[in-house]
Ligand binder design. Structure first.
Ligand SMILES: C[S@@+](CC[C@H](N)C(=O)[O-])C[C@H]1O[C@@H](n2cnc3c(N)ncnc32)[C@H](O)[C@@H]1O
Length: 280
């Protein structure tokens, strides 16, 4: 178990995930009441694109690299790009923010950010990053197990991001299903966003069927394929399953997904899809 997100920071999957994360947090912070954002698999919070890991794969070039210098980025991606630019104030793309840093940028003074990360080095980097941010709480522990202890949050409003490394391949879906069942029992009204990789849709179908049967009343799914899902050996795309999606977020994502496809496609067969698994 040695997944390091540094190899993948800023790739097409991160752009997709983080653009949606910001849209969710923007929607939730539109109301005055304080909220809690819990990131169960937080990573190290920020990445240097000239570190050896990022240079080795160069994955960010087909992700954030396609957008950063675009003189006319698609309007639905401007909010995401502004967040990335805020981390690179001199105008050169060197730093890629992880989900904790993007969330911290978006949350207000009275919101709370709870971050779980099992790898010691990554958790230490997170602690250092948020040393002077009293809103942030870093737990060096299993994010799934933490749900039992940390839900419901005192604020009773907010978002849980579940973004595991999928080292267990399809077995990760089983862990997510159990985590969502537990989370629903403890906090049925929370917003839950689950990122997942797509190698083939066949592998995803049981997960979708499971969530289509409950327990959440409303479940929205956004997916992006940068290539056709005809090779189970590569990452062809990814999805975000959103349980209890904020009001009108489907309209925001309906505008965002074609923009993501047009900028991130790696094949003419690239596609996007937004659909309700349950409710609407
Ligand atoms: C995909 S990365 C997270 C990326 C991050 N959410 C972002 O968007 O910037 C997954 C992270 O989960 C950590 N991890 C793996 N298993 C975990 C677990 N059971 N609980 C918490 N963190 C875990 C890994 O060390 C890795 O840093």
């Amino acid at each position: 178990m040695n997944y390091r997100h540094a190899f993948h920071a800023g790739n097409f999957a991160d752009v997709f995930k983080h653009a949606i994360l910001l849209a969710l947090l923007d929607s939730l912070t539109a109301k005055d009441k304080p909220l809690c954002c819990l990131d169960t698999h937080a990573g190290r919070g920020s990445y240097h694109l000239d570190d050896p890991e990022a240079r080795k794969t160069g994955e960010w070039r087909d992700g954030v690299g396609r957008l950063f210098d675009d003189p006319e980025p698609p309007p639905p991606l401007l909010r995401y790009l502004d967040a990335i630019r805020a981390c690179n104030p001199d105008g050169a793309l060197r730093t890629y923010p992880g989900s904790p840093l993007l969330a911290a940028q978006t949350l207000r003074a009275n919101d709370r950010l709870v971050l779980c990360e099992t790898q010691d080095g990554e958790a230490a980097a997170l602690r250092a990053l948020f040393r002077s941010d009293a809103r942030a709480h870093v737990h060096g522990r299993d994010g799934y197990a933490a749900l039992r202890a940390l839900l419901p949050p005192a604020e009773r409003r907010g978002l849980v991001l579940i973004d595991p490394p999928f080292e267990a391949q399809e077995g990760e879906f089983t862990a997510i299903e159990a985590a969502l069942a537990l989370a629903h029992a403890r906090w049925p009204n929370g917003v839950y966003a689950v990122w997942y990789p797509i190698k083939s849709h066949r592998a995803i179908a049981p997960f979708h069927r499971h969530l289509a049967a409950g327990p959440f009343e409303k479940v929205l799914v956004a997916e992006l394929l940068v290539q056709p899902d005809d090779s189970p050996l590569r990452l062809n795309g990814c999805g975000m399953l959103i349980a209890n999606p904020p009001w009108k977020i489907d309209a925001v994502l309906a505008a965002m997904l074609p923009a993501l496809r047009s900028k991130l496609a790696q094949s003419l067969a690239a596609s996007q899809r937004l659909h309700w698994l349950r409710g609407d």
